[in-house]
Design a protein around this ligand. Sequence first.
Ligand code: COA
Length: 194
Amino acid sequence: MTGVNWIGSEVDTMRQLGTMDIATDRLLLRKFRLTDAEQAYENFGKDPLVGRYVSFTPFDTLANSHDAVRHHVWEYDNNPDFYGWAITYGGEVIGSIGLFDIDHESETCEIGYSVGSKWWGHGFATEAAKAVVNFALLRMFAHRVQATYHPENIASKRVLEKIGMKYEGTMRGAQRNPNGTYSDLCMCAILSDD
Ligand SMILES: CC(C)(COP(=O)(O)OP(=O)(O)OC[C@H]1O[C@@H](n2cnc3c(N)ncnc32)[C@H](O)[C@@H]1OP(=O)(O)O)[C@@H](O)C(=O)NCCC(=O)NCCS
């Protein structure tokens, strides 16, 4: 995939791979299927702990979960820049992970993820996030993968530290919460040459 820079010559940009299966030691990251909506809602969507530090939880009602899964399936078929995986363990959907804000100009993207609290503390988010960051850096040829987290979201902070991201600063009032308040967000990132 190529693009054109400001003086008009061709430059390399990130590849548009779309959501592809990624197998890790214990997990299969795969495309959502229409039949996943109920399990996604039951296993993490309706989980109040999953929504605690984030602005938006797309699987939070059964109806929203059906909408979210339909949206994923539509994007898989129509958008080569769409990256949204179901995190599956032993054949069960236990969470979701994705890359968004794909920016071909700067060759950057952002990662986000959720795992149902029943499965917390087993290293699953770290395993999934590491695999997706490797996919972005080594297969899409992203230059930078970034992530943000609520300052009190220690679990997410640890996930990002463990996969090699570096803290860069805190953005004041960057997240609008569902109740209308604002929270700071910490920014961290990993570069292809880190
Ligand atoms: C963040 C999240 C994905 C972590 O999932 P996980 O599978 O438990 O993560 P891991 O098992 O890989 O653990 C990562 C680290 O967080 C720690 N951790 C896990 N749950 C924790 C908790 N409730 N409180 C504090 N630390 C916690 C683990 O101990 C581990 O750190 P360690 O290696 O220093 O012991 C999960 O908590 C979640 O889905 N939260 C809600 C959604 C969310 O906040 N997403 C991120 C948005 S930025």
